[in-house]
Write a protein that binds this ligand. Structure first.
Ligand code: GDP
Length: 352
């Protein structure tokens, strides 16, 4: 619902380094064309802005450029108004650590701008009563052409960067070490698990998108066998489709894994929905044929850990762990090994 979505938006704002002083919502049959929210709500937010010295107002839904401008005018010159997509793009921008990620972010930003460019000019035209029509259209075409050229250049560069990564991956695949990918909803505890297992210093913090780039570590098990463990960018329920497409490369690794470990924050009230969101993206990525291991993480935080363990035993296909305390990691490694054995059998069965 609205409240869960706003909670997630708050987490995103935290991740972007903003301090959230409050949130509010309004149910309208139709958004106000000028300000998106009604005038009463605008006044309410304005007084909160003055009371707390608010610098940024974030809307969970997409605003038209006209609405953005009108709201900024009402709220005062220094207040920045933005929507969820712009916020996520900010985070991606801050987190882009590699050349590929940086290129992906720039591409996503330009693709975000392209349709907004049109709407901005259309809006200006309407404001001028259609008098600037010819000029506006010409200007849109010029601006669009510039942006499209830049997008084309970026895509080519991205392709070449990806090709290099692919070559590296191909070499890695030829080494007989299975690749295990951690997938899961953002904040589920993937980096924490990776750290626990490998001592790798991957950023683990209570922020969304702590891991933007695929990070791979080698895990050695007690029996001497090893596997490569890869962390992936976290999924998010309301990730705009334009961003999903731009970040596909980051998730491409998934389709080359021997095993997917789906990490779930089982203490989260929306755990079920989050599992569904991840499954949906995996289907979109054609990754449904890869063996999967479902892991219920943060059992230490769960209301009734015992009940969870019983439920997991009843289902038989779930491993309960706490990536934080290390509880259940032995079982986890055994389950990974068991799953990998299955895949080896499967591969051998294919060889004549
Ligand atoms: P990621 O986005 O999936 O990589 O999630 P992180 O590994 O960054 O973890 C997100 C937050 O959850 C961090 O504050 C972790 O300390 C916390 N966390 C991860 N695993 C556990 C766990 O098993 N128990 C508890 N209580 N917290 C955890």
């Amino acid at each position: 619902g609205i409240e869960a979505s706003l909670r997630e938006l708050k987490q995103l704002a935290d991740t972007a380094g903003l301090l959230v002083v409050g949130s509010t919502y309004q149910k309208l049959s139709n958004p106000n064309p000028r300000t998106y929210i009604g005038s009463g709500k605008v006044a309410e937010i304005k007084s909160a802005i003055q009371a707390f010295g608010v610098e940024t107002v974030i809307f969970d839904d997409e605003l038209s450029p006209g609405q953005l401008r009108n709201l900024e005018k009402v709220f005062g010159g220094d207040v920045r108004v933005c929507d969820r997509t712009a916020l996520i793009l900010d985070i991606f921008n801050q987190r882009a650590a590699t050349r590929e990620a940086a290129l992906q972010v720039s591409l996503a930003q330009m693709e975000y701008q392209l349709p907004r460019l049109t709407r901005m000019w259309t809006h200006l035209e309407r404001q001028a009563g259609g008098k600037v029509k010819g000029m506006g259209e010409k200007q849109i075409e010029v601006d669009k052409r510039i942006l499209r050229t830049q997008i084309g250049v970026l895509k080519k560069e991205l392709e070449s960067v990806r090709k290099h990564r692919k070559q590296y991956r191909t070499r890695r695949v030829s080494v007989p070490v299975p690749v295990v990918s951690l997938v899961g909803y953002t904040n589920a505890g993937k980096s924490t698990l990776l750290n626990q297992l490998t001592g790798a210093e991957v950023l683990a913090e209570d922020r969304l998108f702590a891991t933007l780039d695929p990070t791979t570590r080698r895990v050695q098990m007690k029996n001497g066998k090893e596997f490569l463990l890869t962390d992936t960018v976290g999924f998010i329920q309301k990730l705009p489709t334009t961003l999903v497409a731009a970040f596909r490369a980051t998730l491409e690794e998934i389709s080359e894994s021997s095993l997917l470990v789906h990490v779930v924050d089982i203490s989260h009230p929306l755990a079920e929905q989050q599992i569904e969101a991840v499954e949906k993206v995996l289907t979109e990525l054609d990754a449904t044929s890869i063996p999967k291991l479902l892991v219920w993480n943060k059992v230490d935080k769960a209301e009734d850990p015992e009940k969870l363990t019983l439920e997991a035993e009843r289902r038989g296909d779930v491993i309960c762990i706490s990536a934080l305390t290390g509880e259940g990691l032995g079982d986890f490694c055994n389950a990974v090994q068991e799953k990998l054995k299955d895949t080896m059998v499967w591969i051998e069965a294919l060889i004549p």
